[in-house]
Design a protein around this ligand. Sequence first.
Ligand SMILES: *Cc1c(COP(=O)(O)O)cnc(C)c1O
Length: 389
Amino acid sequence: MIIPMLDLKAQYAAIKDEVNEKVLGVLSTQNFILGAEVAALEEEISAYSGVRFAVGVSSGSDALIVSLMALGIGSGDAVATTPFTFFATAGAVARLGAKTIFCDIDPVTYNIDPSSLEEVLLKLQKSRRLGRVKAILPVHLYGQVADMDPIMKLAGKFDLRVIEDAAQAIGSEYPGRKGVRRAGAIGTLGTLSFYPSKNLGGYGDGGMVLTDSGRLADKLKLLRVHGGIGKYDYKILGGNFRLDALQAAILRVKYRHLDEWQQKRRERASYYNQKFSAAGLESARLVQTPVAVYKGSGARNFHTYHQYVIRTRDRDKLQAHLKAKGVGTSVFYPLSLHQQECFADLGYKRGDFPVSEKASKQVLALPIYPELTAEQQDYVVDSIKEYYG
Ligand SMILES: *Cc1c(COP(=O)(O)O)cnc(C)c1O
Protein backbone atom coordinates (compact mmCIF):
# COMPACT_ATOMS: atom_id res chain seq x y z
CA MET A 1 0.00 0.00 0.00
CA ILE A 2 1.31 3.46 -0.87
CA ILE A 3 0.40 6.12 1.70
CA PRO A 4 1.82 9.55 0.96
CA MET A 5 2.76 11.90 3.80
CA LEU A 6 0.19 14.34 2.41
CA ASP A 7 -2.38 13.95 -0.38
CA LEU A 8 -3.43 17.36 -1.68
CA LYS A 9 -4.71 15.87 -4.94
CA ALA A 10 -7.39 13.96 -3.00
CA GLN A 11 -8.47 17.21 -1.36
CA TYR A 12 -8.60 19.06 -4.67
CA ALA A 13 -10.70 16.28 -6.23
CA ALA A 14 -13.32 16.83 -3.50
CA ILE A 15 -13.64 20.62 -4.03
CA LYS A 16 -12.63 20.96 -7.69
CA ASP A 17 -15.88 22.46 -9.01
CA GLU A 18 -16.15 25.11 -6.29
CA VAL A 19 -12.50 26.12 -6.65
CA ASN A 20 -12.48 26.21 -10.44
CA GLU A 21 -15.60 28.35 -10.57
CA LYS A 22 -14.13 30.82 -8.07
CA VAL A 23 -10.79 31.05 -9.87
CA LEU A 24 -12.52 31.70 -13.21
CA GLY A 25 -14.54 34.43 -11.49
CA VAL A 26 -11.36 36.22 -10.40
CA LEU A 27 -9.83 35.80 -13.86
CA SER A 28 -12.87 37.46 -15.43
CA THR A 29 -12.49 40.53 -13.16
CA GLN A 30 -8.71 40.78 -13.87
CA ASN A 31 -8.33 42.26 -10.35
CA PHE A 32 -5.36 40.43 -8.88
CA ILE A 33 -3.90 42.80 -6.29
CA LEU A 34 -5.63 42.98 -2.87
CA GLY A 35 -9.28 44.00 -3.42
CA ALA A 36 -12.59 42.42 -2.39
CA GLU A 37 -11.48 38.78 -2.07
CA VAL A 38 -8.57 39.67 0.22
CA ALA A 39 -10.78 41.96 2.35
CA ALA A 40 -13.47 39.25 2.63
CA LEU A 41 -10.91 36.60 3.65
CA GLU A 42 -9.51 39.01 6.26
CA GLU A 43 -13.03 39.39 7.72
CA GLU A 44 -13.58 35.64 7.80
CA ILE A 45 -10.23 34.74 9.36
CA SER A 46 -10.36 37.53 11.96
CA ALA A 47 -13.83 36.33 13.04
CA TYR A 48 -12.69 32.69 13.03
CA SER A 49 -9.58 33.45 15.09
CA GLY A 50 -11.37 35.81 17.48
CA VAL A 51 -9.40 38.99 16.79
CA ARG A 52 -10.55 42.43 15.64
CA PHE A 53 -8.19 42.71 12.65
CA ALA A 54 -6.48 40.47 10.11
CA VAL A 55 -4.09 41.63 7.40
CA GLY A 56 -3.40 39.37 4.42
CA VAL A 57 0.26 39.14 3.42
CA SER A 58 2.47 37.29 0.96
CA SER A 59 3.51 34.31 3.15
CA GLY A 60 3.84 33.07 6.70
CA SER A 61 7.50 34.10 6.63
CA ASP A 62 6.59 37.61 5.50
CA ALA A 63 3.86 37.72 8.17
CA LEU A 64 6.67 37.32 10.73
CA ILE A 65 8.85 39.96 9.02
CA VAL A 66 6.06 42.60 8.82
CA SER A 67 5.03 41.85 12.40
CA LEU A 68 8.56 42.53 13.63
CA MET A 69 8.70 45.64 11.43
CA ALA A 70 5.36 46.87 12.80
CA LEU A 71 6.80 46.63 16.31
CA GLY A 72 9.88 48.57 15.18
CA ILE A 73 12.24 45.67 15.84
CA GLY A 74 15.57 45.83 14.00
CA SER A 75 19.29 46.24 14.40
CA GLY A 76 20.42 46.25 18.02
CA ASP A 77 17.24 44.52 19.24
CA ALA A 78 16.76 40.91 20.31
CA VAL A 79 13.86 38.44 20.23
CA ALA A 80 13.47 35.32 22.39
CA THR A 81 12.19 32.19 20.67
CA THR A 82 12.44 28.41 20.34
CA PRO A 83 15.18 26.60 18.38
CA PHE A 84 12.77 23.73 17.57
CA THR A 85 10.76 25.27 14.72
CA PHE A 86 10.75 25.93 11.01
CA PHE A 87 13.65 28.11 9.86
CA ALA A 88 11.48 31.17 9.09
CA THR A 89 10.77 31.89 12.78
CA ALA A 90 14.38 32.80 13.55
CA GLY A 91 15.15 33.71 9.93
CA ALA A 92 12.71 36.64 10.09
CA VAL A 93 14.42 38.02 13.19
CA ALA A 94 17.86 37.74 11.59
CA ARG A 95 16.68 39.26 8.30
CA LEU A 96 15.81 42.47 10.18
CA GLY A 97 19.25 42.61 11.77
CA ALA A 98 17.96 41.67 15.21
CA LYS A 99 19.46 38.97 17.38
CA THR A 100 17.75 35.66 18.12
CA ILE A 101 17.86 34.47 21.71
CA PHE A 102 16.93 30.81 22.00
CA CYS A 103 15.26 29.02 24.93
CA ASP A 104 14.77 25.28 25.34
CA ILE A 105 11.49 23.47 24.77
CA ASP A 106 9.05 21.38 26.79
CA PRO A 107 9.77 17.66 26.19
CA VAL A 108 6.07 16.76 25.97
CA THR A 109 4.64 19.52 23.73
CA TYR A 110 7.85 20.54 21.89
CA ASN A 111 6.79 24.17 22.46
CA ILE A 112 8.92 26.82 24.17
CA ASP A 113 9.36 26.05 27.87
CA PRO A 114 8.30 29.08 29.95
CA SER A 115 10.74 28.16 32.74
CA SER A 116 13.65 28.11 30.26
CA LEU A 117 12.40 31.44 28.89
CA GLU A 118 12.30 32.93 32.39
CA GLU A 119 15.79 31.65 33.15
CA VAL A 120 17.15 33.23 29.96
CA LEU A 121 15.42 36.56 30.63
CA LEU A 122 16.64 36.69 34.24
CA LYS A 123 20.21 36.00 33.11
CA LEU A 124 20.01 38.85 30.60
CA GLN A 125 18.60 41.13 33.30
CA LYS A 126 21.51 40.28 35.59
CA SER A 127 24.09 41.08 32.94
CA ARG A 128 22.18 44.30 32.06
CA ARG A 129 21.46 43.18 28.52
CA LEU A 130 17.68 42.82 28.94
CA GLY A 131 17.13 46.27 27.41
CA ARG A 132 17.88 44.87 23.95
CA VAL A 133 15.13 42.25 24.16
CA LYS A 134 11.92 43.56 22.58
CA ALA A 135 9.71 40.54 22.04
CA ILE A 136 8.94 36.89 22.70
CA LEU A 137 8.15 34.75 19.64
CA PRO A 138 6.47 31.50 20.74
CA VAL A 139 5.62 28.93 18.05
CA HIS A 140 2.53 26.73 18.26
CA LEU A 141 4.22 23.63 16.89
CA TYR A 142 2.33 20.80 15.16
CA GLY A 143 -1.03 22.52 15.81
CA GLN A 144 -0.80 22.81 19.59
CA VAL A 145 -0.73 26.22 21.29
CA ALA A 146 2.28 26.96 23.49
CA ASP A 147 1.67 27.54 27.22
CA MET A 148 0.61 31.17 26.76
CA ASP A 149 -0.43 32.12 30.33
CA PRO A 150 3.08 31.99 31.81
CA ILE A 151 4.53 33.44 28.59
CA MET A 152 2.18 36.46 28.75
CA LYS A 153 3.00 36.84 32.44
CA LEU A 154 6.72 37.00 31.64
CA ALA A 155 6.00 39.47 28.82
CA GLY A 156 4.23 41.70 31.34
CA LYS A 157 6.98 41.37 33.93
CA PHE A 158 9.79 42.18 31.48
CA ASP A 159 7.78 44.65 29.33
CA LEU A 160 7.98 42.65 26.08
CA ARG A 161 5.65 42.32 23.10
CA VAL A 162 4.52 38.84 22.01
CA ILE A 163 4.28 37.60 18.42
CA GLU A 164 2.67 34.15 18.14
CA ASP A 165 3.91 32.10 15.18
CA ALA A 166 0.63 30.30 14.52
CA ALA A 167 1.62 29.07 11.03
CA GLN A 168 0.84 25.48 12.06
CA ALA A 169 -2.07 26.23 14.38
CA ILE A 170 -4.93 28.12 12.72
CA GLY A 171 -8.03 27.52 14.88
CA SER A 172 -6.18 25.74 17.70
CA GLU A 173 -7.42 26.73 21.14
CA TYR A 174 -5.84 27.56 24.48
CA PRO A 175 -8.05 27.85 27.54
CA GLY A 176 -6.14 30.32 29.68
CA ARG A 177 -6.70 33.13 32.15
CA LYS A 178 -8.65 35.14 29.58
CA GLY A 179 -10.91 32.25 28.63
CA VAL A 180 -10.61 30.09 25.54
CA ARG A 181 -8.64 31.93 22.85
CA ARG A 182 -7.59 30.75 19.42
CA ALA A 183 -4.00 30.63 18.19
CA GLY A 184 -2.71 34.06 17.26
CA ALA A 185 -5.29 35.91 19.38
CA ILE A 186 -3.41 35.96 22.68
CA GLY A 187 -0.22 37.94 22.02
CA THR A 188 0.28 41.42 20.58
CA LEU A 189 0.31 39.94 17.07
CA GLY A 190 -0.23 36.47 15.61
CA THR A 191 0.95 35.14 12.26
CA LEU A 192 -0.59 32.53 9.96
CA SER A 193 0.72 30.73 6.88
CA PHE A 194 -1.35 29.54 3.93
CA TYR A 195 1.49 27.44 2.50
CA PRO A 196 -0.19 24.59 0.55
CA SER A 197 0.48 21.91 3.18
CA LYS A 198 -0.86 23.91 6.15
CA ASN A 199 -4.31 23.13 7.63
CA LEU A 200 -5.72 25.99 5.53
CA GLY A 201 -3.43 26.05 2.50
CA GLY A 202 -3.60 28.01 -0.74
CA TYR A 203 -2.36 27.10 -4.21
CA GLY A 204 0.87 29.00 -3.71
CA ASP A 205 2.20 31.26 -0.97
CA GLY A 206 0.14 33.36 1.41
CA GLY A 207 -0.08 34.46 5.02
CA MET A 208 -1.90 36.68 7.49
CA VAL A 209 -1.24 38.77 10.59
CA LEU A 210 -3.81 38.85 13.40
CA THR A 211 -4.17 41.60 16.01
CA ASP A 212 -6.64 43.39 18.27
CA SER A 213 -4.77 46.68 17.82
CA GLY A 214 -6.23 49.05 15.23
CA ARG A 215 -3.00 51.04 15.25
CA LEU A 216 -0.88 47.98 14.44
CA ALA A 217 -3.38 46.78 11.79
CA ASP A 218 -3.12 50.16 10.05
CA LYS A 219 0.66 49.99 10.19
CA LEU A 220 0.68 46.45 8.77
CA LYS A 221 -1.55 47.55 5.91
CA LEU A 222 0.89 50.38 5.18
CA LEU A 223 3.94 48.13 5.42
CA ARG A 224 2.58 45.62 2.88
CA VAL A 225 2.36 48.32 0.18
CA HIS A 226 5.90 49.73 0.53
CA GLY A 227 4.77 52.02 3.36
CA GLY A 228 2.94 54.19 0.85
CA ILE A 229 -0.33 56.10 1.13
CA GLY A 230 -2.01 56.87 -2.20
CA LYS A 231 0.24 56.50 -5.21
CA TYR A 232 3.66 58.00 -4.46
CA ASP A 233 3.63 59.19 -0.87
CA TYR A 234 5.79 56.93 1.32
CA LYS A 235 5.35 57.35 5.06
CA ILE A 236 7.51 54.49 6.31
CA LEU A 237 9.81 51.88 4.79
CA GLY A 238 7.78 48.81 3.85
CA GLY A 239 7.86 46.29 1.03
CA ASN A 240 5.66 44.27 -1.29
CA PHE A 241 4.04 41.96 1.24
CA ARG A 242 0.62 41.62 -0.40
CA LEU A 243 -1.64 38.56 -0.49
CA ASP A 244 -2.81 37.70 -4.05
CA ALA A 245 -6.51 38.02 -4.82
CA LEU A 246 -6.39 34.59 -6.49
CA GLN A 247 -5.00 32.98 -3.34
CA ALA A 248 -7.58 34.77 -1.19
CA ALA A 249 -10.40 33.55 -3.44
CA ILE A 250 -9.17 29.93 -3.28
CA LEU A 251 -8.67 30.17 0.48
CA ARG A 252 -12.24 31.44 0.89
CA VAL A 253 -13.55 28.30 -0.81
CA LYS A 254 -11.36 26.10 1.37
CA TYR A 255 -12.29 28.05 4.50
CA ARG A 256 -15.88 26.77 4.13
CA HIS A 257 -14.51 23.26 4.78
CA LEU A 258 -12.01 24.14 7.50
CA ASP A 259 -14.10 23.16 10.55
CA GLU A 260 -14.92 19.77 9.04
CA TRP A 261 -11.27 19.20 8.09
CA GLN A 262 -10.03 20.14 11.58
CA GLN A 263 -12.54 17.70 13.09
CA LYS A 264 -11.35 14.95 10.75
CA ARG A 265 -7.71 15.57 11.68
CA ARG A 266 -8.65 15.24 15.36
CA GLU A 267 -10.59 12.03 14.71
CA ARG A 268 -7.65 10.55 12.84
CA ALA A 269 -5.30 11.50 15.67
CA SER A 270 -7.46 9.79 18.26
CA TYR A 271 -7.76 6.74 16.00
CA TYR A 272 -3.93 6.54 15.89
CA ASN A 273 -3.85 6.97 19.69
CA GLN A 274 -6.29 4.07 20.17
CA LYS A 275 -4.46 1.85 17.70
CA PHE A 276 -1.06 2.51 19.28
CA SER A 277 -2.41 1.73 22.76
CA ALA A 278 -4.07 -1.46 21.54
CA ALA A 279 -0.80 -2.50 19.88
CA GLY A 280 1.12 -1.93 23.12
CA LEU A 281 3.29 0.70 21.46
CA GLU A 282 2.96 3.31 24.19
CA SER A 283 6.02 2.00 25.97
CA ALA A 284 9.28 3.87 26.39
CA ARG A 285 10.19 2.74 22.90
CA LEU A 286 7.59 4.81 21.16
CA VAL A 287 5.45 7.59 22.55
CA GLN A 288 3.01 9.58 20.49
CA THR A 289 2.44 13.29 21.06
CA PRO A 290 -0.11 13.60 23.83
CA VAL A 291 -2.43 16.56 24.22
CA ALA A 292 -0.73 18.74 26.77
CA VAL A 293 -2.08 19.64 30.14
CA TYR A 294 0.21 22.51 30.99
CA LYS A 295 1.64 22.37 34.48
CA GLY A 296 1.12 25.92 35.71
CA SER A 297 -2.14 26.82 34.03
CA GLY A 298 -3.86 23.44 34.02
CA ALA A 299 -4.92 24.31 30.48
CA ARG A 300 -5.88 21.55 28.08
CA ASN A 301 -5.43 22.45 24.45
CA PHE A 302 -7.64 22.02 21.42
CA HIS A 303 -5.00 20.48 19.17
CA THR A 304 -5.64 20.72 15.40
CA TYR A 305 -2.97 18.16 14.46
CA HIS A 306 -1.14 19.93 11.69
CA GLN A 307 1.22 17.04 12.39
CA TYR A 308 0.82 13.78 14.29
CA VAL A 309 4.23 13.13 15.76
CA ILE A 310 5.65 10.07 17.47
CA ARG A 311 9.07 9.84 19.04
CA THR A 312 11.42 6.91 19.27
CA ARG A 313 15.12 6.30 19.81
CA ASP A 314 15.62 4.43 16.52
CA ARG A 315 13.79 7.01 14.45
CA ASP A 316 15.93 6.80 11.31
CA LYS A 317 15.65 3.01 11.10
CA LEU A 318 11.89 3.12 11.66
CA GLN A 319 11.57 5.78 8.96
CA ALA A 320 13.52 3.63 6.49
CA HIS A 321 11.33 0.61 7.34
CA LEU A 322 8.16 2.65 6.73
CA LYS A 323 9.54 3.98 3.46
CA ALA A 324 10.14 0.40 2.29
CA LYS A 325 6.52 -0.37 3.22
CA GLY A 326 5.29 2.58 1.11
CA VAL A 327 4.46 4.86 4.06
CA GLY A 328 5.58 8.48 3.74
CA THR A 329 6.84 10.20 6.90
CA SER A 330 8.71 13.44 7.67
CA VAL A 331 11.05 14.79 10.31
CA PHE A 332 10.13 18.23 11.65
CA TYR A 333 12.91 19.22 12.38
CA PRO A 334 16.15 17.25 12.05
CA LEU A 335 18.47 20.03 13.28
CA SER A 336 17.82 22.51 16.07
CA LEU A 337 18.13 26.08 14.75
CA HIS A 338 20.95 27.04 17.15
CA GLN A 339 23.07 24.41 15.33
CA GLN A 340 22.42 25.77 11.83
CA GLU A 341 25.48 27.07 10.01
CA CYS A 342 23.86 30.41 9.15
CA PHE A 343 23.34 31.13 12.87
CA ALA A 344 26.91 30.27 13.88
CA ASP A 345 27.54 33.95 14.68
CA LEU A 346 25.03 33.72 17.54
CA GLY A 347 27.66 31.70 19.40
CA TYR A 348 25.54 28.74 20.49
CA LYS A 349 26.99 25.24 20.59
CA ARG A 350 25.81 21.64 20.76
CA GLY A 351 24.47 20.86 24.21
CA ASP A 352 23.03 24.34 24.83
CA PHE A 353 19.42 23.15 24.35
CA PRO A 354 19.42 19.43 25.18
CA VAL A 355 15.63 18.92 25.04
CA SER A 356 15.43 20.42 21.56
CA GLU A 357 18.50 18.51 20.35
CA LYS A 358 17.13 15.20 21.62
CA ALA A 359 13.72 15.84 20.01
CA SER A 360 15.36 16.56 16.66
CA LYS A 361 16.86 13.06 16.73
CA GLN A 362 13.68 11.26 17.83
CA VAL A 363 10.57 12.84 16.29
CA LEU A 364 8.77 11.33 13.31
CA ALA A 365 5.62 12.78 11.72
CA LEU A 366 3.12 10.27 10.33
CA PRO A 367 0.56 10.88 7.57
CA ILE A 368 -2.44 12.81 8.92
CA TYR A 369 -5.01 14.56 6.74
CA PRO A 370 -8.80 14.63 6.41
CA GLU A 371 -8.78 12.25 3.42
CA LEU A 372 -6.74 9.56 5.23
CA THR A 373 -8.82 6.36 5.58
CA ALA A 374 -9.04 3.95 8.52
CA GLU A 375 -7.54 1.21 6.31
CA GLN A 376 -4.55 3.44 5.60
CA GLN A 377 -4.11 4.23 9.30
CA ASP A 378 -4.35 0.52 10.17
CA TYR A 379 -1.61 -0.17 7.64
CA VAL A 380 0.64 2.55 9.12
CA VAL A 381 0.22 1.20 12.66
CA ASP A 382 0.65 -2.42 11.52
CA SER A 383 3.85 -1.48 9.70
CA ILE A 384 5.22 0.13 12.87
CA LYS A 385 4.15 -2.88 14.91
CA GLU A 386 5.95 -5.13 12.45
CA TYR A 387 9.15 -3.11 12.89
CA TYR A 388 9.09 -3.59 16.67
CA GLY A 389 8.27 -7.27 16.23
C1 LIG B 1 5.20 27.20 7.49
C2 LIG B 1 5.81 27.93 8.62
C3 LIG B 1 6.28 29.25 8.50
C4 LIG B 1 6.45 29.95 7.19
O1 LIG B 1 5.36 30.02 6.40
P1 LIG B 1 5.52 30.22 4.81
O2 LIG B 1 4.11 30.56 4.43
O3 LIG B 1 6.00 28.94 4.25
O4 LIG B 1 6.45 31.34 4.56
C5 LIG B 1 6.73 29.90 9.64
N1 LIG B 1 6.74 29.30 10.83
C6 LIG B 1 6.32 28.02 10.99
C7 LIG B 1 6.37 27.42 12.34
C8 LIG B 1 5.86 27.30 9.89
O5 LIG B 1 5.48 26.03 10.05
